[in-house]
Design a protein around this ligand. Structure first.
Ligand SMILES: C[S@@+](CC[C@H](N)C(=O)[O-])C[C@H]1O[C@@H](n2cnc3c(N)ncnc32)[C@H](O)[C@@H]1O
Length: 276
């Protein structure tokens, strides 16, 4: 198990639950992740939420009648998820809550789930043996089961940093490992970044990782795509409901266009377990 990631998310605590509703930009991010999966959320569908964090998506899926198994490396996140499940009164739709690393899903049987969700970039924290996690997702999925992933996008993250107008970032490429990130996608642990090491993907790379591990029928998206790097404008303009609806409409129209998917802070992927 990755102790550093576990300790980081244990300390991060309730901020993880709050993350997706603390700004208009983040609410758009949440809405797009939901839009990407909503046609698959039928009553009784068995879902593994792998890297569930504080359960933001699990609670939403359970409200729709899906049957959830929650899984995360952080005991503190799982504790918060349990409280949120009780608050939302969806305990009847929770099959279990488990702690572990997504590279080892031995707590689950082969073909146990209709859907595996790995949203909010758990895979970006997996620096070594990423294939192991993908093969485990494949193993626990039923025949024709569907995988939903979101990871951090290399180009989207840089676009986001441009929008943040940090005065000491783009003028210090060596210090911030910008070259390394551009070339490899890897951001090692950094003295000024309060996060463990992460990997930022680009669309073609994630596409290959999925294909090589027993999936096909891949669809990709960028989240948020049109809004990424513009969180301040979105916050101001979004106070006008009509303007916000227009921005949302443009997001929905564009977020899955092949020319746009590498523009989002998160890169979404949906894929079907192949039958051979
Ligand atoms: C940003 S949070 C996302 C939580 C939730 N999926 C969401 O989108 O709201 C990332 C989560 O991934 C978990 N995580 C990171 N690496 C993991 C691993 N190797 N195995 C299991 N969980 C992991 C963290 O503990 C954290 O709760």
């Amino acid at each position: 198990m990755d102790d550093e990631v576990r300790d980081f998310y244990n300390k991060y605590g309730i901020r993880e639950w709050n993350r997706l509703e603390e700004s208009t930009y983040n609410r758009i991010n949440f809405l797009l992740h939901m839009h990407f999966i909503e046609n698959y959320l039928h009553k009784g569908v068995k879902i593994l939420d792998a890297g569930c964090g504080a359960g933001r998506y699990s609670v939403e899926f359970a409200k729709k009648g899906c049957k959830l198994s929650l899984f995360d490396i952080s005991d503190e996140q799982l504790k918060i998820a349990k409280e949120k499940i009780e608050e939302a009164k969806v305990s009847d739709n929770i099959d279990g809550i488990y702690q572990g690393d997504i590279r080892d899903l031995s707590q689950f049987k082969n073909e146990e789930f209709d859907i595996v969700v790995c949203y909010g970039a758990p895979l970006s924290y997996v620096i070594k043996n990423r294939d192991k996690a993908m093969l485990e997702f494949n193993r626990v999925l039923s025949k024709n089961g569907i995988l939903f992933i979101s990871v951090n996008n290399k180009w989207g993250i840089l676009k986001m940093l441009l929008g943040n107008k940090h005065p000491d970032f783009f003028n210090k490429p060596e210090y911030w490992y910008i070259d390394n990130v551009i070339k490899t996608g890897d951001l090692p642990k950094h003295e000024k970044v309060n996060q463990p090491a992460r990997h930022f993907f680009e669309a073609s790379e994630l596409n290959n990782l999925i294909l090589e591990n027993g999936f096909d029928g891949i669809a990709l998206g960028g989240s948020p795509c049109f809004s990424c790097g513009n969180s301040q404008s979105i916050e101001e303009l979004g106070k006008d409901k009509k303007a916000l609806n227009t921005i949302l409409q443009i997001e929905i129209e564009t977020y899955m266009k092949p020319t746009m998917v590498d523009n989002g802070e998160f890169l979404l992927a949906r894929a079907i377990k192949n039958s051979h």
